[in-house]
Design a protein around this ligand. Sequence first.
Ligand code: F3S
Length: 396
Amino acid sequence: MYLTREEEGMLSGKEGPVVAKCMKLLVRLGEIYGADRMVKIGSSQAAGVSYKSIGEPGLEFLRGFAKEGARVRVPTFLNPAGMDLRNWKNFGISEKFAKKQKDIIDAFKEMDVITTCSCTPYLSGNLPRYGEHLAWSESSAVAFANSVIGARTNREGGPSALAAAVTGRTSNYGLHLEDNRKPDFLIKVETGLKDGDFGALGYLVGKTLKNGVPYFSGIGDCTTDDLKGLGAAMAASGAIALYHVENKTPEAKSYRDETKNLERIEFSVEDLKRSYDELSDCDAPNLITIGCPHASVSEIGFLTRKLEGKKLKKDLWVFTSRAAKVWADEMGYTKIIEESGAKMIFDTCMVVSPLEELDFECIGTNSGKAAKYLPGFCKKKVFFADIDTLIEKGLK
Ligand code: F3S
């Protein structure tokens, strides 16, 4: 694997032992995956932030790393933490958990990581460019950056994303290479889609393909938020980190001719129903969760219009980033949402917070990703439905 003189210097310890350690990890990964060289990255995004996910060993690793002098040299953002960092007391989080979670955030701060705690960094001040190399971790953010923006990132683990952030580089393999970005399946969508349907489609495609690069045709009107939900679900039920959508995503055009020769899978209205059925195992949610991936300000606005003037009888929590909160407050959305009895929660989400410790049996969601993860990560039953159905349930 070719290294520049500067990279050789990092590897040999010219920039200190932490940089050398990071470089060693990246070179090793590059060797395993057959990289020819390293590429400079525009930004990094580190997963492994919630104390629930990384526990004591993760906290010790981060503390040690920060103490050894690790400092990031490119903008580096964080995935959601295990709790709302300011209002954790209102959500049944224990003192012990909160203390550990704050220690994790402090260790990241010491490394100069920007502690946004969101899986939508592209909506929170870290918008990559087309073709830019990145080292991002969170699977839905990786899928969004690759597919909707056309940036280039593999799905990094927590340590490799940090190593990339500290050196400003990653090894050139996987989705950094043009050849690996070609589609290998054509998904012909034969039904109209709205809201949670994108998660339902993503769930079934991820589950069927497991891996690879799907090319979607037949998706009519859709929003950026719809694509965010589609990619998140595919990355949860499978390991899909890049997809193309005809007339919607930036690289789709260059592959249109190749789609004729691809294996073809049809997605019908029956498949849509099957997906909703497979993801639901209860139908009376006592907690409704919106915002997986974190709700954008337009999704919050949409929900606000649905909740205005209504009083919920069930708990409804909206998960979003602090960046979206600023605008939700400014637009008066937060006030209307809270008047309906719903709550806005920041820095965390329904999956990485310790929801299993709270007394809710059946969780309602319009997210294919949350529906797939909640049973395993939080030991909860799931009611997967569109937003109108969820609100209807919440009012009863
Ligand atoms: Fe984001 Fe949590 Fe969903 S990290 S994509 S809201 S599982």
